[in-house]
Design a protein around this ligand. Structure first.
Ligand SMILES: [Zn+2]
Length: 264
């Protein structure tokens, strides 16, 4: 596992082309696992790291939101409390019942639902580190971030993403922008999104500019009669200079334009 900070370890897997991270945070009293990726087997390196680096700590799993690439490994932690935002269990159950092309079948061991939920904020105070879980709707109704107070690190889930965010919550663009402005108030130096490299606070501005830009450009095209499938909004006009998109994120950008078109 990669060491982002002393006692902040990162394990990444590929989830349908998206590099996706699970993060272990070791404090004096606890070991937190933020997201369980796509299947219980993805958690093997995480379980090894916990045994090696965090013996005797109270374990806690956090689901940043209900999407499959963040929770399908929950069964690797059958006897551990799983913490999530209050809307997560309902949304996860619906995802498990539904059939969707973009969501693979759940693993054979099933997906245990979160056992501990909160509304706006849940704080774990510790001698050496305090971890705040903060509800940050926008990408999904149940999205949360984990803010490590001492380390000044933000584990952003899919609330922030590089090179661009994936629209996922219906009619929530204003809610998401409000969330981003709230995150800008946090004194963080490092932001690790679930998908993408560790960056600084410039990621928040980049995502805000992209989100507002997508909705403005699509509304403008729709007014001028453009069809849902011919939305010509080059991502480069909405991203920081020099950012090149791979095929996975080109497709994500096209999905975002159509998602916004359905609301404009
Ligand atoms: Zn994701």
């Amino acid at each position: 596992m990669e060491e982002l900070r002393h006692n902040v370890l990162v394990h990444r897997v590929d989830a349908m082309g998206f590099p996706t991270a699970s993060v272990v945070v070791v404090t004096a009293a606890r070991a937190l696992v933020v997201d369980t990726l796509t299947r219980p087997q993805d958690m093997e390196p995480v379980l090894e790291a916990l045994a090696e680096r965090a013996p005797g700590r109270r374990r806690l799993v956090v689901n940043t939101h209900h999407h499959w690439d963040h929770v399908y490994g929950n069964a690797a932690f059958a006897t551990t409390d799983i913490v999530a935002q209050r809307a997560c269990p309902r949304l996860l159950e619906a995802q498990l019942r539904g059939v969707s092309e973009s969501v693979p079948a759940p693993p054979p061991d099933g997906v245990p639902l979160p056992t501990v939920t909160f509304g706006d904020r849940l704080t774990y105070v510790g001698e050496d580190e305090t971890v705040h879980l903060i509800h940050t709707p926008g990408h999904s109704e149940d999205s949360l971030v984990a803010y490590l107070d001492e380390a000044a690190v933000l584990l952003a889930g899919d609330t922030l993403e590089w090179p661009l965010p994936n629209l996922g919550q219906r009619d929530a663009s204003e809610i998401w922008v409000r969330t981003l402005r709230q995150l800008k108030q946090l004194p963080v130096t490092t932001i690790l999104p679930s998908h993408g490299p560790a960056l600084g606070k410039e990621l928040i501005d980049a995502n805000e500019r992209y989100l507002t830009g997508v909705y403005e450009a699509v509304a403008d095209l729709k007014r001028r009669g453009a069809d849902r499938h011919e939305l010509d909004v080059p991502a480069a006009t909405l991203l920081p200079p020099g950012v090149e998109l791979d095929e996975v994120y080109q497709a994500a950008h096209r999905r975002n334009l159509e998602f916004a078109w359905d609301e404009a």
